[in-house]
Design a protein around this ligand. Structure first.
Ligand code: A2P
Length: 347
């Protein structure tokens, strides 16, 4: 049967990518609805070459909708996802709002598709940095076991939305025009909801989202908690340092892992080569390694710089890169919906 689909946050950085991916989706599409704030209502977007009018998001927007993809902020999901479910829609939510709710599946289709069977209308899309790390680590976990993960991220600005992208672009123009950095405008980064704002251009900010009392940021806790939920193993030790860098799109991660059984570099490389959703780019002799700039527009997660820790027998280092707007957000969300369709989970 045909699927009527709504995109919530259709004008946003992620929503825009959702629309592009939906144009080429394997889902049998019925009607498609683009929802955003009152500010955007009445404007037009193109879908499969035809103009489509953006509507204001209201509870009744979801009448007759089978699938709603949400990416308009946690507050919007909190309020409107239950309204969509009440009207019979399945919600795939890209915000962090429902992720740790024990009744809500948190899914990376390459890792835990079976969790989709337990859904009650809402499925959560994990954090962008978590998703790409799961694609790289799940095949290693399956073959060699996973005891510990220590990750440092180098995250692109598009994860913070269109206004953050524009903020970085303006700072770069100010730099090129010779304006001193204390005159650059910073109103959003590192975190829209926090008190102070700093320039990102030619900088590195070790803060994504707000701090919790223990010295970690919310983004770091997302990587820690979501890893355990997706891999269904609370015993994996996880720690994260999340850093925003002046890259437009494409998150990079330095990942250190300790496995249960000893693995060789060649064995890890072979696992990544065969892993769904992963691409091995690892040839130091030819300077081949994943780069953020090359990941843009691609659905895969790229893995390289695989090497043994010099001291720890079961320690391995990897460099993991993916387009945060695609596998990290829009593609993983749509892939969840396509997987559910294949598993006959609508109704
Ligand atoms: P709008 O463009 O009308 O403000 P980004 O992540 O790039 O910042 O985008 C956020 C998305 O969430 C946009 O599509 C934005 O729509 C949407 N959004 C923000 N506030 C609301 C709201 N109150 N109701 C519906 N959509 C909203």
């Amino acid at each position: 049967r045909k699927m009527n689909v709504a995109i919530v946050g259709a004008t946003g950085a992620v929503g825009t990518q959702m629309i592009k991916l939906l144009e080429n989706s394997s889902l049998p599409l019925g009607t498609v609805k683009f929802l955003a704030s009152k500010r955007s209502a009445g404007k037009q977007l193109s879908f499969k070459g035809e103009a489509q009018t953006i509507e204001e998001l209201v509870p009744d927007s979801f009448e007759g909708i089978d699938l709603a993809l949400f990416s308009a902020g946690g507050g919007i999901s909190a309020k409107f996802a239950p309204e969509a479910v009440k009207r019979g829609a399945v919600v795939v939510d890209n915000t962090s709002h429902f992720r740790m709710d024990p009744t809500v599946p948190l899914v990376v289709p390459e890792v835990n598709p079976e969790a989709l069977r337990n859904h009650h209308g809402i499925i959560a899309n994990p954090n962008c940095s978590t998703i790409q790390m799961m694609v790289a680590l799940e095949p290693i976990r399956q073959a060699f076991g996973l005891k510990r993960v220590i990750v440092s991220t180098y995250q692109a600005v598009s994860g913070a939305g269109n206004r953050a992208i524009e903020e970085l672009a303006q700072q770069a123009r100010d730099f090129a025009a010779g304006k001193p950095s204390d005159e650059w405008k910073a109103a959003i980064l590192p975190a829209g909801g926090d008190k102070k704002h700093y320039p990102l251009a030619f900088n590195a900010l070790p803060q994504i989202d707000v701090f919790t009392e223990d010295g970690y940021t919310n983004e770091e806790w997302k990587m820690i908690n979501e890893t355990k939920k997706i891999m269904e193993d609370d015993t994996i030790k996880v720690s994260a340092t999340c850093v925003r860098i002046p890259v437009m799109s494409g998150h990079s991660e330095s990942v250190y892992i300790e496995t249960e059984k000893t693995a060789t570099v060649a064995e890890i490389q072979a696992l990544i080569s065969n892993a769904p959703g992963a691409v091995l780019e690892d040839d130091p002799s030819q300077q081949i390694y994943p780069q953020a700039i090359n990941s843009v527009g691609k659905k895969e997660t790229f893995v390289g710089r695989i090497r043994k820790d010099p001291d720890e027998e079961k320690g391995i280092h990897l460099w993991v890169v993916s387009d945060n707007l695609l596998k990290g957000a829009a593609w993983n969300s749509l892939q969840i919906a396509e997987t559910m369709y294949e598993m006959n989970l609508f109704e």
